[in-house]
Every structure is written in C-alpha cells, then in structure tokens.
Design a protein. Structure first.
Ligand code: NFE
Ligand code: MG
Length: 573
C-alpha cells in the first residue's frame, strides 16, 4: 500500500509552535517526527546575572505553567547556597504549585483537548431536557439545568449561523471519529464555558500568595508575602477565609464537573486506552518536590523511575543518569552530536541548519527540531500525570491507588492503560482530585502553624552574597503540570555562569537521540504502526494523541523563527 506523507503545522490548541510530520499507509501511522519550530533563549540570558533574580526571568519561559519555573529556579539557587527556607514558605509553594496544576489540567481538558472528543456542531442538535437528565445521572453540579443548556445552544448557535465560529472555527466537526451523543456534547460544551469563569477565579490563590497571576512573585530564601492576622496587608484572617473558599471551589468543580466529564467521555472512547502507547519508561520526582522539603513528608509521593514497561518495580531516581542529546536538534556540542551532556555540563549553542520556510519535509534532515533530547540512563522517558500516578501506585500511595483503580474500573482497564492517549487524559483528572485533597491538608497545616505563632515566610540568613561560597552548583526539581521539571544553576563569585532547564515538554516532545530512539510524542504516534489516521486531510486522531501530552513548546525550547518567516500557515498534504 502506498505511503503518504502528512505535515501538520502548526498543531493548534497548544502553547508554542509544534510541527508533526508523519508517514501513513492503509489508515495507520507508520512513522512520526516532532519538530519545534520556535527558538527562544532564556538559558543564555541568565548567564552573568544575580542568582537571586533568576526566578523572575526563568518563569517567563511560560505563562501556562505559571509560577513553576520560578519555583524550580529558587529551589536550584537555594540548593546551591545550602539555604534552608521556613516551613510556612514550603507550604505556600506547595499550595501555589498544586493550584497551578489543577487550574492547568482543567483548562487543558476543556479548552485545549475536549474538542478532540466533543463535536460542537452536534451539541447544537441536542435536546436540553435530555442533556439535563444525563447530567443529573453523573453529578449533583447545580448549574446543570435544561435552561442553562438551552442558553448555551442559543449563544453558540447564534455564532454558528452568523458564520462566526470564533474559537470553535477550524475544527473537524462531523468527523466520523466523533462518537458522543448530542446531549453529552452539549454537557461538555456548557462546562467548557463554565470552566473559563472558574479558572479565572480559583487562581486568585496565586494573587493572594504571590501578588499576581500569571507570574506570581517568589523569593530566594522563602516567599515574599507576609503573614499577620491583625494587619490589613498580607495573609490575614480575611485572606485565610478567601483561601478556604478558593480551595473549596476548586475541589467542587473538579469533583462534580471535570472528573465526571472525563470519565463519561472516556467511556465512549475506550479503544484509546490502547492507542498512543508511548515510551515505556516513566519518571516522576514526586510530590515532596512540590513542598521544597529537604526530606520527604509522610503522605507525599516520592521520586522514582519505572523502566521498560515494568510498572510494579520502582527504581530510585538518580539525577546523574540524565543526559541531553542534540543529535536531532539545531544545537552544537563541542565534542559533536553523538554524546549526551549532563545538565551540569549543559551547553545551549544554537546552530540552525534546517531549511528556510516554507519548510518542505523537515524530517528529511538528521536535525529537525529546536528541542533537545533528554534521556535517563539512555532511555527516552515519558513524564507527566500518568508517570506521577504510576509512580505513586508503585509505591503503594493509598489515595492515588484508590483513585486510579476506581477510574480504571469504570473503563474495565488495567494500570498499563495509563500509558495511552486516554490514560494520560484520565490521569490529569485523577491527579486533580488527589491534589485537592493535598491542598486541604497543606492548608490545614499552614493555618495550624499560624495559630501556633509560626508566621515566618523568609529566612534572611543567606541573602547577603558575602555569605556565599566562591563557587556553587544547585539543582531544583519539581513537578510541573506536564511532568518533571529541573533547573540547574552554577554560580561563581555571586553570578550565574551556567543555567540549564530540563523541562517536561522537552522530555516528551524530543526527537531522535544518538541511538535513533524516538521521543515520546513520536513513539506514541508510530509505535508498532497501530495508530489510526482515518483521513490524512483531517488528522483528528493525531490531535487526540498529541494533545493528550498537553504540549508546551515554549517550555520545551525555552530558547522565534530566525528567518522571521510565517508561522501561521496550516499545510496538510
Ligand atoms: Ni509551558 Fe511547562 C509545564 C514546564 S512544559 S507548560 O507544565 O515546566 O512541559
Ligand atoms: Mg534546556
């Protein structure tokens, strides 16, 4: 059967610029290449700066996983300076991280991913009464009423009949791979609109602790907010009350809207539990990293690696085993392109050797992407919510195991199904429930400590560079919404001399390494030639699998099109 080549550029509803090139034959994908066509340069601009300022620049890598790069950065600098921070600051960072991830997962599902499964035009043909009955059978969420569903139909219907699809334009409505009944489509569309409002509200937790969002304020040595119950400013009794409300509203939407929607939609697409199987090694640095606690705290998920498809045996996570390859990326290493470099020796020297736009087939070249290829112990690694849930289950984490097994029982699938298109999407919902539980616990501890008189959020002991060693190295590990994140800093005479970020989407969207191993996106599409692609001109199934990773190419490259060429054209051939 003839092989056809397909180029999807850009992949939409992601952050940043991603191009996917495919070979397809007989309705299946036979090979795939992921190419980031955007260059930035944050690692380079951090050199020569005061390490206490790095977080503010580093968190501009991305406005989606807002805050998390700042946390990785302050942790790296604190690690280098052996700088302990107050427990209250750790708890605040944990709360900010967890709420950031919950917001990100909900936004990803409704606003970036759901339309791969939900047909908006079909929703307009639904019976609002029947949709209300369906909704009542899965959730007590109060706004699920026929009147609200009718209003949603009228609002969106007016745009469609006026030819103004706006955010809903350019999709593959009516594609035969859509499977939901009209009422389920309407329910999801209503929640799409509600989630917009909800995410804006709950993220005010970031503004309370960090002054603003996106990009809240952080501080090497702690947090910049103060706790004073009797004061008008800072964290006082009124703010604590507000925070209780925000955490409660986050939980309610996750439990009554997001989680039941994901489970209900997953039930119509069960075959995707065996589609999009990606790299069989998965890794997570665990929840303890959220809290910046030096030693793991009871109830938290520990770091670990699950290698080669063995999801039972948790191996220790050893940072020395990380190396980044540039075999397929537009960078140069002094020793050539075959060897990997550990981030302590990491170099970011861009050398674009690809074609000028229009690109043709980028993948005809050995080098075809701006993403480096991080590997662990020589293996391509999947990171993200599915890695975190599998790692948590392998260590017998009770809450995670119960939630994962409940969700899988509903689908009649085993744990191995978490390494799939559906598995990655399901794990975000499961993890959001888990993180709401953790936020309750962290916030309870935070308040108890305040009432016991512990109000310190900053440790001034090592703020003065005169107290620093002449040279130092530090690493900050954390879990971002999309997976394991690390920042690596080297400091000489009070200034940054090397700064490397190894980011979740760098792990997941990497290209081939020196031994020809594909990165996780490529693996998920090309694995054993079983990924479906019904209509190469309307590659809906590819969007499902790529979106299931929640790609962020801004994070992945953290380094614009050097030729200044057009980035907005879509070519499907
Ligand atoms: Ni720009 Fe990010 C997250 C980080 S990258 S979104 O989550 O770090 O994958
Ligand atoms: Mg990097």
């Amino acid at each position: 059967m003839a092989t056809q080549r397909v180029v999807i550029d850009p992949i939409t509803r992601i952050e940043g610029h991603l191009r996917i090139e495919l070979e397809t034959s007989g309705g299946r994908i036979t090979d795939a290449w992921a190419s980031a066509t955007q260059f930035r340069g944050i690692e380079t601009i951090l050199k020569g700066r005061d390490p206490r300022d790095a977080w503010a620049l580093a968190q501009r890598i991305c406005g989606v996983c807002t805050g998390i790069h700042a946390i990785a950065s302050v942790r790296a600098v604190e690690d280098a300076l052996d700088y302990p921070i107050p427990r209250q600051a750790e708890l605040i960072r944990s709360l900010v991280t967890a709420m950031g991830i919950v917001q990100d997962h909900v936004m990803h599902f409704y606003h970036l991913h759901a339309l791969d499964w939900v047909d908006v035009k079909s929703a307009l043909a639904a019976d609002p009464q029947a949709a209300a009955r369906l909704a009542a059978s899965v959730s007590p969420w109060p706004s699920n009423s026929a009147a609200w569903f009718r209003e949603v139909q009228q609002r969106v219907g007016a745009s469609v009949s006026g030819g103004q699809l706006g955010i809903f334009a350019g999709s593959y409505w009516g594609h035969p791979a859509y499977r939901l009944p009209p009422e389920a489509n309407l329910l999801a569309l209503a929640h799409y609109l509600e989630a917009l409002q909800w995410q804006r509200e709950i993220i005010r937790l970031h503004t309370i602790f960090g002054g603003k969002n996106p990009h809240p304020n952080f501080l090497v040595g702690g947090m910049a907010c103060s706790i004073n119950l009797d004061n008008q400013l800072g964290i006082n009794a009124v703010r604590l009350d507000e925070l209780t409300g925000l955490i409660g509203r986050a939980r309610r939407f996750v439990e009554e809207v997001y989680y039941p929607d994901v489970l209900a939609i997953a039930g119509f697409y069960r075959e995707y539990a065996a589609i999009g199987i990606s790299s069989p090694t998965l890794m997570a640095v665990g929840e303890s990293a959220f809290s910046c606690a030096g030693t793991p705290v009871a109830g938290e998920v520990r770091a670990g690696v699950l290698a080669d498809g063995n999801y039972e045996e948790l191996r220790p996570f050893e940072p020395a085993k990380i190396a980044e390859f540039v075999t397929s990326s537009w960078y140069a290493y002094p020793e050539g392109d075959k060897a990997g470099r550990h981030p302590w020796r990491g170099e970011t020297v861009p050398r674009y050797t690809g074609p000028r736009p229009p690109y043709g087939q980028i993948s005809d070249n050995v080098k075809y992407t701006w993403v480096k290829a991080p590997r662990y112990d020589g293996r391509a690694v999947q990171v993200g919510p599915n890695a975190r849930m599998l790692v948590a289950c392998a260590q017998g984490h009770k809450d995670a195991t119960r939630l994962v097994d409940d969700a899988l029982a509903g689908l009649g699938a085993g744990r191995e199904a978490l390494n799939s298109t559906l598995g990655r999407t399901l794990c975000r919902a499961v993890e959001s429930v888990l993180l709401c539980n953790r936020m309750d616990e962290w916030f309870r501890q935070f308040q108890e400590r305040i009432h016991a008189g512990d109000t310190a959020t900053f440790n001034p002991d090592k703020w003065d560079p005169a107290t620093w060693p002449k040279s130092a190295q530090g690493v900050g590990f954390t879990e971002a919404a999309r997976g394991t994140l690390s920042h690596w800093v080297e400091i000489e005479n009070g200034r940054i001399t090397r700064y490397q970020c190894v980011v979740p989407s760098t792990w997941n969207s990497s290209g081939r390494d020196a031994s020809g191993q594909p990165g996780p996106f490529e693996h998920a599409l090309a694995h054993r030639g079983h990924h479906p692609l019904l209509e190469p001109g309307r590659p809906l199934e590819v969007l499902r699998t790529i979106h299931s990773f929640d790609p962020c190419q801004s994070c992945a490259v953290h380094l614009l099109d050097p030729a200044g060429g057009t980035i907005g054209t879509v070519s499907v051939s």
